[in-house]
Design a protein around this ligand. Structure first.
Ligand code: AHG
Ligand code: MN
Ligand code: MN
Length: 333
């Protein structure tokens, strides 16, 4: 890299001319700050005393790790006083958190998955934080319902990947930019400008342990990939599954592929359609994917057009290289 462009430098030009550019910059820097703190906790692992189960479940009946709760607290602490937010909704909280009266209430709502892939935490695997920013124009404090906006309303979305390096990847709807954390300077530096997902690929990402429960379109797609050169696709495929959506989607943004977390017969028996959450995972990652030239779809519609009916709604997810997602959509019809 020749010139060093920090996140602050990047924002100064990226948001130029947007409504409330200064506010958006302040909000982005506050989120980045929260991610730096969460990354430090993740990096210190056992030494920070943050590993293991919290001994309670979240509203979705999933076991919470200590770090799920700590990351949630850090995120709120670091973003609530930036002056730009009216409320924070999180995978780890039943209802949204209203910005306390002592702080200025702003014109945005944020949704967050404070620690994605948290089952990886105890084995030192990749994790991340995912966030999505929505507009809010009312004077009064928001309700949970104010968060229920489709993904195509997002004004900013991104994730921070905690892996061998800490990376922040964001979009304001003008393409996707990736930054790597310079640990010595404590700042994010632009390392991946204009990220583009290759249109074609020969790599898929799905938890194949659920194969016996898949619906026919997913089964057909994966069977054809696995059949390799001898099969109808006439090429060999590769498979990866990190157990963290941030880890898997980041890899796909870098080198192409398709990420699948479909609904299946077993989930539907217990009343769920998919595992991943629309507001905290599918919308922000879907928008990033589309901004990088890929596609994000449920099989029935574009993820970004799904009208949410509850904060913790789950959706089937297929996202990645455009030609592969188009093929999957065709199989669903
Ligand atoms: P979270 O840790 O925020 O609950 O998210 C985990 C999600 C996602 O990151 C990952 O792709 C998926 O769950 C893994 O699920 P399986 O354990 O079913 O493979
Ligand atoms: Mn998650
Ligand atoms: Mn999580």
């Amino acid at each position: 890299m020749t010139t060093r462009i920090t996140l602050a430098d990047f924002l100064a030009t990226e948001t130029q001319g947007m409504d409330n550019a200064e506010g958006l910059n302040a909000l982005t820097l506050a989120v980045a700050d929260a991610c730096v703190d969460i990354a430090a906790l993740v990096r210190h692992g056992e030494l920070a005393g943050v590993l293991g189960a919290a001994g309670q479940e979240n509203v979705q009946g999933e076991e919470q790790k200590k770090l799920d709760i700590i990351a949630n607290d850090v995120f709120i602490e670091k973003t609530q006083n930036c002056g730009q937010l009216a409320g924070i909704a999180s995978e780890e909280m039943d209802n949204h958190y209203a910005i306390p009266d002592q702080y200025t209430r702003g014109n945005y709502l944020i949704t967050v998955d404070p620690l994605d892939g948290s089952s990886n935490i105890d084995v030192n695997g990749a994790t991340g934080t995912i966030f999505s920013v929505l507009p809010y124009t009312k004077e009064s404090a928001p309700s949970d319902d104010d968060f229920l906006q489709a993904g195509n309303q997002q004004v900013l979305a991104g994730y921070c990947l905690f892996s061998s390096a800490t990376m922040l990847v964001i979009t304001f709807g003008k393409g996707v930019a990736g930054f790597t954390l310079d640990l010595e300077q404590g700042e994010f530096v632009l390392s991946h400008p204009s990220m583009q997902v290759p249109k074609q690929t020969a790599e898929f990402s799905i938890n194949a342990a659920y194969a016996s429960h898949w619906h026919p379109p997913i089964k057909r797609y994966i069977d054809e990939c696995v059949a390799g050169e001898a099969g109808p696709r006439k090429q060999n495929f590769n498979m990866r599954w990190a157990g963290s959506m941030v880890g898997d989607v980041h890899r796909i943004l870098c080198r192409g592929g398709v990420f699948l977390y479909p609904s299946d017969a077993r989930m539907e028996k217990s009343g769920k359609t998919g595992k991943l959450r629309l507001m905290y995972e599918a919308n922000p990652m879907g928008w990033l994917m589309e901004q990088a030239g890929g596609l994000a779809h449920t099989g029935a519609s574009s993820i970004l057009t799904v009208a949410p009916d509850n904060l913790h709604q789950r959706v089937p997810v297929m996202m990645g290289s455009a030609e592969e997602v188009e093929r999957l959509i065709e199989y669903h019809h």
